[in-house]
Design a protein around this ligand. Sequence first.
Ligand code: F6R
Length: 240
Amino acid sequence: MKVIVGNNDYISGLIAEEFVKMVNQKPNCVLGLATGTSPLGVYANMIKAYKDGRVSFKDVKTFNLDEYIGLEGTHNQSYRYFMNTNLFDHIDIDKNNTHVLKGVGDYLGYANKYDELIKEAGGIDLQILGIGSDGHIAFNEPGTPFDSLTHVAELAESTIKDNSRLFNDISEVPTKAVTMGLKSIMNAKKIVLIATGKNKAKAIFNLLKGPMTEEVPCSILQKHPDCTIYVDEDAYSLVK
Ligand code: F6R
């Protein structure tokens, strides 16, 4: 794994350029996208590149990592809403080509065919990941099998606590989600992970220096052939 250290603006800019490069090289590429605070700067830079006329997303397909069970796509904490408001509404992507797991209705039926849909689209060319303070990627919490495909997951207590900052009250945070599995993520051809802040330092240490174990879901990335970790000084502080 390659590691790049810099402040949030710098690493967000670098990752956005990876996306711009990918889309310009392969206009009908498949992008794997994440939600949460970590990729916000990346998406802002991608929007700017589009507005500056440096890239067009009109033939791009996207697959998001996860969605809360119980939230409609119109709920302001759903990941569909997040993607629309933080990226899709501001670029020329065809929303029919954007895939986000469903959190209501036949969410299980859709989850069960998600890996097949990704495969039919040609597989993910470039996947962005954030990381949980407990080492989760997508909503694969500690103990998730390394060979997991898209499935229903229980959120860890620490994840519910971390994510409660975005809800009015912790009791409103969904306790379950649908998520791409660790094997689904490892199938991506290229992966970039972004982490900033002291609360990610232990997870980044375990990712870069710890053993590969299902107790630390992100540790599976150690065996991905093309994975780059972008961190700020705080997230990198235990490794140095
Ligand atoms: C979101 C996702 C999660 C987040 C992680 C970090 O789609 O897959 O794994 O990346 O919980 O969240 P933030 O970036 O909000 O710290």
